[in-house]
Design a protein around this ligand. Structure first.
Ligand code: NAP
Length: 412
């Protein structure tokens, strides 16, 4: 039984460790968080610093989440490195808490949601947080595509308070019910890559994924790639996985890819050579065609990919644009190896190819896609699990491409 003195101590406690918790709904003043400061951008082991900071205020249309697990993504890495720009320039604060994927428990509900019949949650509910915030007022948010809202922002990258903390304030529109069968480390790990891959594959008709299609998947063993392989298989289409080792390639085949290609057996990476340098250009094209033949070894002679699933950027974009079939689509959502993308334009117009930029997913599409998770038709791959203390190391592993297979998560 608590004495009055104990109760006073409990009430006065400002900060809790990771092995203790206030009662459900009691919000402490302070929290542990990984904070990036603009004068400390660089290697993730340097820029992610653990600090004790104020728990964020909960806005009118927001909820406070007690975080149970977070996902590790490139967003955190770009934020840590301040590359291409410090995220503090996007939101104007002098600090940044990264983290664009989370799962946790609703701890407090904003005043505007309490009696709102459209708000389907309450304190204590277990939820997943997705990373897109939009205004909710414009025509794109009401019948259009929330990603086309001019106020759209990626939480944890373009907003100051992301998920790498004990508590995070998020918009009510960022919540999904946590599927009961998911473990916490799974629940917080997948939405960013899952929804992005879903949008890349299904979001751009008439080039949307259909049974029997062939899709070349770069970085097939990574977060986006492992999702893409499974979605392609579920749709009755063929994933051709590209990896940097045979071991990773074989795991991709186990996951559902039709075949794999080890990119280290080829040498056609980087920016397109000068097309007027006949010798260099024909040497380069010879090597690209060798890579193309390896694709035919999986798809059949002369059968080029209907879709190329791109995110590697500078090093692979010229090859993607050359090898996608006539009338096919190169869809890309990032450029890990560099933003200066080159291509031989003559192959684009003569062969009427589509180059499509893609960014996360609309709320409607991600909740449609999430049904496969809810119905357990899609198996999450979380091979890289870390503790809170290892969060900077998780980003260092991602930077050095040392992570093994699938998504990465940190359990708090
Ligand atoms: P990831 O888990 O690290 O996977 C990326 C994969 O790319 C790696 O597993 C690696 O596989 C491959 N790769 C690395 N360097 C390469 C190179 N030089 N050439 C060819 N392949 C290379 O990362 P991810 O979570 O899938 O994200 C990948 C990219 O997509 C990042 O740039 C990220 O910012 C972007 N992204 C954008 C969005 C969006 O909504 N816009 C969402 C998610 C991700 P191998 O070494 O085996 O080839």
């Amino acid at each position: 039984m608590l004495t009055n003195i104990d109760m006073e101590l409990t009430l006065e406690k400002e900060l809790y460790g990771f092995d203790e918790s206030p009662e459900l709904g009691v919000v402490p003043k302070k929290m542990h968080a990984y904070v990036i400061r603009p004068d400390n951008h660089g290697h993730p082991l340097q820029s992610f610093q653990e600090e004790v900071v104020d728990v964020p205020e909960v806005g009118f249309d927001e909820v406070l989440i007690k975080v149970k697990s977070v996902g590790i993504n490139y967003n955190g890495l770009w934020a840590a490195m301040g590359s291409p720009a410090s995220p503090t320039l996007f939101h104007g604060k002098d600090f940044h808490i990264a983290g664009s994927d989370a799962a946790g428990v609703i701890w407090k509900v904003g005043d505007g949601l309490v009696n709102n019949p459209g708000f389907q949650f309450q304190v204590g509910d277990e939820v997943i947080v997705h990373c897109s915030q939009s205004c909710g007022l414009c025509d794109e948010c009401n019948g259009g595509d929330t990603m086309l809202c001019t106020s759209q922002k990626i939480y944890g990258y373009e907003t100051p308070y992301g998920a790498f903390a004990q508590y995070t304030a998020v918009k009510a529109t960022q919540l999904l019910k946590k599927p009961k069968h998911l473990r916490w480390e799974e629940a917080g790990s997948y939405m960013l890559t899952y929804a992005t891959a879903w949008n890349m594959l299904f979001g751009y008709p008439p080039h949307d994924l259909k049974p029997g299609m062939n899709v070349l998947v770069w970085g097939a063993s990574g977060g986006l790639g492992t999702v893409a392989i499974q979605l392609i298989k579920l749709a009755g289409a063929n994933a051709i996985a590209v990896t940097s080792s045979d071991e990773k390639g074989e795991r991709c085949v186990e996951l559902g890819a039709k075949g794999y290609i080890n990119r280290n057996n080829f040498d056609c990476w980087g920016a397109l050579p000068n097309t007027e340098d006949k010798e260099a250009y024909s040497k380069y094209l010879k090597e690209v065609r060798k890579f193309g033949k390896a694709i035919w070894g999986i798809t059949g002679k002369g059968v080029n990919p209907d879709i190329v699933f791109e995110h590697v950027g500078k090093n692979t974009m010229p090859v993607s644009c050359y090898l996608v079939k006539t009338g096919g689509m190169v869809v890309f959502c990032g450029a890990t190896t560099g933003f200066n993308l080159t291509m031989d334009a003559s192959y684009i117009w003569m062969r009427q190819k589509r180059i499509q930029g893609s960014h996360f997913s609309s709320l409607k599409d991600l909740s449609t896609g999430n049904k496969l998770i809810e119905q357990q038709k899609f198996k999450l791959k979380v091979s890289n699990k870390y503790t809170w203390k290892e969060l900077p190391q998780a980003h260092a592993d991602m930077l050095e491409n040392k992570h093994t297979f699938g998504n990465m998560s940190v359990l708090l």
